[in-house]
Design a protein around this ligand. Structure first.
Ligand code: ASP
Length: 339
């Protein structure tokens, strides 16, 4: 039987055309074959579907992640793999969210997009779509992961980050190597793929949006920190700290964090650096954070941290010890274990 891929369109530059005012807006999926006639020549079956709402990915939300997951879940047994066309702005968030939603995944789910719309002569979208489809359709490669393909690299989705608003190589995976590279041939690094589960697929669909991200900067005031920590219904917060997880040692700051922890708010420490990890206790400036019970996020990306925290709080709302436990270890290869 021919290999097969489901191509799901969610929006983003890749599927945009210019309207009469010159503004970019999404276009219907059927046009993909006009814009990439090469798709007719692919040796595998490509079926297409489009979500009910086509969005600029700046409007992405957990409800939309569920829509994407359900589009895949419904047809999971019918295809060898899935390609999701998505805007680049929040693609790394969606890839991370999907990675947590799909437990025991045994097929590739590959997100891709482009920096230039498909209708533009120099578009990077054509290459990205064709490579993503090749990878998703290839039974031999066996990629049981949510991945992101961009500009010749296949990345683990929950390790990737958008780094450029103008270059074609718009994504990076600073703390984990790319899983495959497209040259004349694809060169795979099979030892990097996650082991696939033998258990049946489970799709988890609950996210808790009551979280916040607090990016530290020199001179941050108690008013700002406290305003965020006292946001109504706050269940979890990610503090983006300096270097290897360092924060001000001033008493008011530690006090504010401690007070939040005492109120049952989960606090996760993620570094502002693109590469490297949080090592709590390495400097005096993180010893207190460690002592009061803030969780170190190791080398997780902000995108993976946000979606993991929403996922865990949504899935285990009554078991915060389990949430804390899971934040300290990789669930889908999103962080390194041995540091
Ligand atoms: N704003 C667009 C989006 O993320 C940008 C892109 O697709 O590259 O939907």
């Amino acid at each position: 039987m021919k290999n097969s891929v489901l191509l799901i369109y969610t929006g983003g530059t890749i599927g945009m055309v210019q309207d009469e005012r010159g503004a970019l807006r999404p276009f219907p999926m059927e046009r993909i074959y006009d814009l990439v006639p090469e798709l007719h020549r692919c040796p595998y079956r490509i079926d297409t579907c489009q979500l009910d709402r086509i969005i600029d990915s700046s409007n992405m939300s957990p409800d939309f992640w569920v829509d994407i997951a359900e589009a895949i879940e419904k047809r999971y047994d019918d295809y060898d793999g899935f390609v999701v066309l998505h805007g680049t702005d929040t693609m790394a968030y969606t890839a991370s969210a999907l990675s947590f939603m799909f437990k025991n995944l045994s097929k590739p789910i590959i997100l891709t997009g482009s920096q230039l719309p498909m209708g533009v002569l120099r578009t990077d979208g054509r290459e990205n779509i064709i490579c993503a489809l090749e990878l998703a359709s290839c039974r031999e490669a066996y990629i049981p992961e949510v991945c992101l393909f961009f500009e010749n690299h296949l990345y683990r989705g929950n390790r990737s980050t958008k780094v450029s608003a103008e270059n074609f190589d718009a994504f990076c995976s600073f703390n984990f190597p790319s899983l495959a590279k497209a040259g004349i041939k694809f060169s795979f690094k099979p030892h990097l793929f996650m082991p696939s589960g033998t258990e049946p697929l489970q799709v988890r669909k609950k996210f808790d949006r009551n979280i916040a991200v607090l990016k530290l900067f020199p001179g941050i005031t108690p008013q700002v920190v406290n305003a965020i920590l006292h946001a109504e219904n706050l269940h979890g917060i990610i503090i983006e700290t300096f270097g290897s997880g360092n924060a001000p040692t001033e008493e008011w700051f530690i006090q504010a964090m401690n007070d939040a922890l005492q109120r049952g708010i989960i606090v996760l420490n993620v570094t502002q650096c693109k590469a490297g990890a949080v090592i709590m206790g390495q400097y005096e400036a993180s010893c207190e954070l460690n002592r009061i019970g803030i969780i170190g996020g190791n080398d997780i990306t902000l995108e993976a941290a946000v979606t993991k925290l929403m996922y865990l709080l949504g899935t285990y709302p009554d078991d915060l010890d389990h949430v804390r436990h899971c934040l300290q270890r990789p669930l889908r290869g999103e962080m390194t274990t041995s540091r």
